[in-house]
Design a protein around this ligand. Sequence first.
Ligand SMILES: [Zn+2]
Length: 47
Amino acid sequence: MDGIDPYRPDESVYECVECNGRFRTNDHLSSCEGCGGDVQNIAVPRE
Ligand SMILES: [Zn+2]
């Protein structure tokens, strides 16, 4: 879980569970842009 920049509220960071690729987007990302695998949001806003 290293190599991630500090959380920025205007972006979400998703990590692919298949290839571990990380993607920043302002929109919802439902699948990996690289391999099409499932992604999970790893920059959940703190409340
Ligand atoms: Zn992937």
